[in-house]
Design a protein around this ligand. Sequence first.
Ligand SMILES: [Zn+2]
Length: 88
Amino acid sequence: MEAIQTTRLKTRPACPVCRMKLDGATGFGKPEPDSLTVCVYCGVFLSFTPTMDLRVLADREWTELSRETQDQLTNYLNLTRGFRHGQE
Ligand SMILES: [Zn+2]
């Protein structure tokens, strides 16, 4: 199983929900179209588009993920909650 890792992004895509620019992507390996990540600012699950912009992961797509992947992303989301509280 691949560990979640954070990769620096050159493109700095903006979160479609909170409009914050993300300079790091957390997911499985190198970000590429359809890679999954989490917005550390507002805590939504995101997916990369073919042009490496970000879009919100649809509920249907979430349910199609493996249980293991869902658990890893949920754990990461919990970690980013601590990050956000540190910013307040
Ligand atoms: Zn966001």
